[in-house]
Design a protein around this ligand. Structure first.
Ligand SMILES: [Zn+2]
Length: 206
């Protein structure tokens, strides 16, 4: 998958956690969750200095050193259960982050591994065991090529969900405005969201 799809998926995953924990749009937790989602959606590729995030400072400096470590290779440790477990330990046990923030970070990181599992190369999910796990047979696996049709569909689908979540968060935040607040709240939550399946609507509405 290319960096843009990973970034978008990371932000959408973080927004999903924000909605699950009913965090207001304008809060420190939401801001940090979205920023973290943006970075953690691509962070696993710091094992490859040619990747999108690894091209930017200060990540470039870290990536150049990290990639030279003897046990690091692309789609190895950073794309494994071990990395997910270590991050959980860091965010939950060591840093004691609030649940909404912790799950936003975790969801963004895991989204990267899941998307890479849809590609022909797969990931070493059970690192240090070196076999690569992939969810699709090579013939229909997603190409990392920017012009790949499946990759483009992912971008479109993730963009739609991104706009849906973003508008939802903003409208819920505007609910406090006099007169217009309750009106747009009712219009969005009561009318527009009613086009979604009931389970999704129940989950989304604050
Ligand atoms: Zn990757």
């Amino acid at each position: 998958m290319n960096g843009k799809v990973h970034t978008l998926a990371g932000v959408v995953a973080a927004e999903g956690a924000i909605i699950t924990f009913h965090q207001p749009a304008f809060s420190v937790v939401t801001f940090l969750a979205l920023l973290g989602g943006f970075i953690l959606g691509v962070a696993a590729d710091l094992d490859d200095s040619d990747a999108t995030l690894a091209q930017q400072q200060p990540f470039r400096f870290f990536s150049l050193i990290f990639e030279r470590l003897p046990f690091v290779h692309h789609r190895g440790i950073t794309h494994s259960f071990l990395a997910v477990a270590l991050l959980y330990l860091l965010f939950d046990t060591i840093l004691g982050l609030p649940d909404a923030l912790m799950w936003a970070f975790m969801a963004a990181y895991v989204s990267h591994i899941l998307l890479d599992m849809l590609t022909a190369d797969g990931v070493e999910l059970f690192w240090p065991f070196r076999f690569r796990l992939k969810l699709l047979p090579s013939i229909i696996a997603v190409s990392s090529d920017e012009r790949s049709i499946v990759q483009m569909l992912f971008r479109v689908l993730l963009s739609v969900v991104f706009y849906l979540f973003t508008i939802h968060l903003l409208i819920n935040a505007l609910g406090f405005l006099p007169v217009i607040g309750p009106y747009i709240n009712e219009l969005w939550n009561g009318t527009i969201l009613s086009f979604l399946p009931q389970d999704i609507k129940t989950w989304m509405v604050y």
